[in-house]
Design a protein around this ligand. Sequence first.
Ligand code: GTP
Ligand code: MG
Length: 178
Amino acid sequence: MQRERLLKVLVIGDLGVGKTSLIKRYVHRVFSQHYRATIGVDFALKMLSWDQKTVVRLQLWDIAGQERYGNMTRVYYREAVGALVVFDMTRLSTFQAVLKWKEDLDSKVALSNGTPVPAVLLANKCDQRSHGLCPKLPKLENFSRQCGFVGWYETSAKDDTNIDAAVTCLVESIMAAE
Ligand code: GTP
Ligand code: MG
């Protein structure tokens, strides 16, 4: 008998960092240059054959960047068991917002034993590295550890870089935390 686990995972980060694009790439294997801001929240579902005994139903909550200024995140975050926190490697302000998103997350949701939900940091748009701020960024390894992330990845929704690896890292942490 296979068991099924439903995991609610949040995808958060500032406006235009690529949350919707990462999800579309991961779930539907497509990418578009066209930007249409998410309003409120969108959903996507991905089934993973996790191991011989377990099927994971990954419910991705794609939260609009503008929601950081609203007061709905507490409602959206409820019962989440993990998060992808995304910034845009080419825009410093979106990196600075990572801490605010992480604090917002940790102040509004936790696992049933009180520990923070596992979160993975994504430095997105790494295909545009040459326009980026790499030299200005602190070493992400240290930064992500200090901020309590379970891991970090440079990703590209455009080129399909590291998205599977990042999700796998998150799901492993979630499954280990149970
Ligand atoms: P909100 O819904 O407003 O919070 O934004 P979002 O984080 O969902 O951003 P979205 O996925 O809509 O992407 C914003 C813009 O960045 C779009 O024009 C995308 O095509 C572009 N984009 C997203 N990911 C990448 C990437 O990895 N590389 C490049 N070059 N462009 C990207
Ligand atoms: Mg969006």
